[in-house]
Structures are given as C-alpha cells and as structure tokens.
Design a protein around this ligand. Structure first.
Ligand code: SF4
Length: 64
C-alpha cells in the first residue's frame, strides 16, 4: 500500500478548519466524519463548508 501523499492532498484540500490534525490525511478525514454520520468538508460547496456543518442532511440540502 503506498504511503499517503500528504503534500499533494494538502494542496487540494478545501477544508477551512485551521487546526485539524487530519488535514491532508484523507483516509483519517473520511473515517472521522463517517463515524459521526458526516461527510468530509471537501464534499460541500465553499459557503457551506465554512459553517463546519458536515452532516449528510446539510449535504443533501446544499445540492437540492
Ligand atoms: S474535513 Fe474534517 S477531518 Fe477533514 S480536514 Fe477538515 S475538519 Fe479535519
């Protein structure tokens, strides 16, 4: 299994939460939010991402 490409992931990361230790570690990011019934920040439009509401409900609302 290849190592995580942290630098490339960070370059593409759209999450605006400044102090998250999972930033750029997409596998950890997905696992964290999945465990909370949520989606990672990069799934959301920019204005919604900034609210830090990562719920599936908010995701559906954003694209309805
Ligand atoms: S989406 Fe969540 S877990 Fe991922 S970097 Fe942002 S705050 Fe961290």
């Amino acid at each position: 299994m290849p190592d995580c490409n942290l630098k490339a992931n960070l370059a593409k990361c759209t999450c605006s939460y400044p102090t998250c230790s999972r930033k750029g570690k997409c596998c950890e990011c997905v696992m964290y939010h999945r465990a909370h019934g949520e989606l990672p920040g990069c799934f959301f439009p920019e204005d919604v991402e900034r609210t830090y509401d990562r719920s599936i409900k908010r995701f559906i609302e954003a694209y309805s």
